[in-house]
Write a protein that binds this ligand. Sequence first.
Ligand SMILES: Cc1cc2nc3c(=O)[nH]c(=O)nc-3n(C[C@H](O)[C@H](O)[C@H](O)COP(=O)(O)OP(=O)(O)OC[C@H]3O[C@@H](n4cnc5c(N)ncnc54)[C@H](O)[C@@H]3O)c2cc1C
Length: 304
Amino acid sequence: MMHIDCAIIGGGPAGLSAALVLGRSRRHVLLFDDNRPRNAVTRESHGFITRDGVKPSEFRAIAHQDIARYPSVTVKSQRVTEVRHSGRGSFHVRTGDGIVYHSRTIILAAGLKESLPAVPQIQDYYGKSLFSCPYCDGWELRDKPLVVIGESGSHAVSLAKFVYNWSKDLVVCTNGRQVLTQEQLAMFARKGIRVQSQRIRALKGSGGQLQSVQFEDGSEIKRAGGFVSPKWRHAIDFGEKLGCAMNEHGGLVKDEYGRTTVRGVYAAGDGALITPAQLIIAAGDGSRAALGVNGDIVNEDFDR
Ligand SMILES: Cc1cc2nc3c(=O)[nH]c(=O)nc-3n(C[C@H](O)[C@H](O)[C@H](O)COP(=O)(O)OP(=O)(O)OC[C@H]3O[C@@H](n4cnc5c(N)ncnc54)[C@H](O)[C@@H]3O)c2cc1C
């Protein structure tokens, strides 16, 4: 069994950034990644200073080049299937190929999984002309005729409010659900935002570029793109299984250095927050978790 200082589960910006900092701290690290990030559906990532507009695959390739300079870091393209306490204050990490690794610490950085609203063909457009984060993609859709799809009243309202910052030409669709209150409808009317509560029959366009939205009565509205409100869940449940406390939103309780309530287990990135953030925030979070891991090991070993 291989013994390492830190097993990082997830090779998105959080895990990659943690690996870089730990490699530079001379820690023996295994980074496990099955390469199925949420943002794989999109062509460009925005808002990461020095990398604005980078392809997600290019971002990862550059990160792997950076990490490759540090010999104590190894990337394993494997899915982690189980993490258990080893009984000696450390952990056993099992991968899909059945190999078990022994690690002093764990960083959970596996991101989120999302379920999109139940709209036919939505997957064809998501990440191309329909997005979930206005900070990530609002600029590219500025001033265009947009649709906002939210199946709960609170999500539809909060998303529409934000998207309104980038385009005033909005149609809010609740996809067959009567979820908006009279006050919310009046607020949208005041802002010139139209509301359509009929079920969406089809999204129409080509090559991922939305052109129109068709409703169940056959009526159609032309739209050049838009935003949807997905539901998010943790990609992994290892935190709960290891006994980490959860916060009221379903995220992992952690301190500013990513330490969860279980000694030796750290968390970083979208999965720790349970709300999606941004690449740069996830990367910063991974970096802080790495400082936590290294700082704790330095103190433990120095005081021995
Ligand atoms: C459509 C879309 C567009 C976006 N656009 C932008 C943008 O323009 N700008 C921006 O800043 N942000 C954008 N984001 C958000 C950004 O992608 C995330 O905030 C960021 O990737 C989160 O990083 P992370 O490291 O926490 O998780 P992720 O990037 O999701 O990485 C998690 C990794 O862990 C791996 N993993 C999961 N479970 C396991 C396991 N059991 N074993 C091994 N590996 C595992 C996954 O395969 C994945 O590679 C976008 C997101 C989406 C969905």
